[in-house]
Design a protein around this ligand. Structure first.
Ligand SMILES: *Cc1c(COP(=O)(O)O)cnc(C)c1O
Length: 192
């Protein structure tokens, strides 16, 4: 099921809300150097204290807006299990660019995406591939990186190239979450 919206940012906001609604949890894990659009909750991206204390590092973003956002280095196989351990039962999604395009071109190490797929499943958290930049670019046939790496996320966000130059965005999944998607659509329309 695919939901079309206006931008990649809205796609990432939408999947975050969906993941929180579906799992009943609130925290999220993202990676240093990845960009998920400029919604407040995603504007934590540097390492050091800023990351470990969940402090925002963009002017104008409140501490409350990022207090559920945990960040770790990309390609670090041990950091993610560590966060799941110290935040047991609290992580709703892990969201990442499967190939990072927003801080240079960083390919995932062998096993990295697979390890995240495994740990999200084990912890009833959702895996979100943000393919706003990579979608339709890594392979001709595939929509997304899952076509290249053989890993299927629970949710995927798309944007940029799907609009052919116009502002665009979409998010989708393979069928498990569609009830929640429809429900959120209704809530959004009703302004709840
Ligand atoms: C550009 C980008 C976004 C935000 O998309 P907009 O359409 O600019 O809001 C989100 N995620 C990634 C990976 C991007 O490169």
């Amino acid at each position: 099921m695919v939901r079309f919206i206006n931008s990649g940012k809205e796609a990432c906001m939408g999947v975050l809300r969906l993941a929180r609604a579906f799992t009943g949890k609130e925290k999220l894990i993202m990676f240093d150097g990845c960009y998920q659009g400029h919604a407040d909750a995603f504007l934590v991206k540097d390492g050091s204290d800023v990351a470990t204390l969940c402090l925002p590092d963009s002017p104008g973003v409140s501490r409350a807006a990022t207090s559920e956002t945990l960040t770790v280095p990309f390609n670090d196989l041990y950091a993610v299990p560590g966060l799941f351990e110290t935040n047991k039962g609290e992580i709703a999604p892990v969201i990442l660019e499967p190939v990072v395009g927003n801080s240079g071109l960083i390919a995932p190490k062998p096993d990295f995406l697979e390890a995240i797929r495994r740990i999200t499943k084990e912890n009833n958290a959702l895996l979100i591939f943000d393919e706003v930049m990579t979608g339709f670019r890594l392979s001709y046939g595939g929509w997304w990186s899952s076509g290249v790496f053989g890993i299927t996320p629970d949710l995927t966000t798309l944007g940029k190239i799907i609009g052919g130059g116009l502002p665009s965005g979409a998010y989708g999944e393979e069928g498990r979450l569609w009830r929640w998607l429809s429900l959120l659509d209704q809530c959004n329309r009703l302004g709840r």
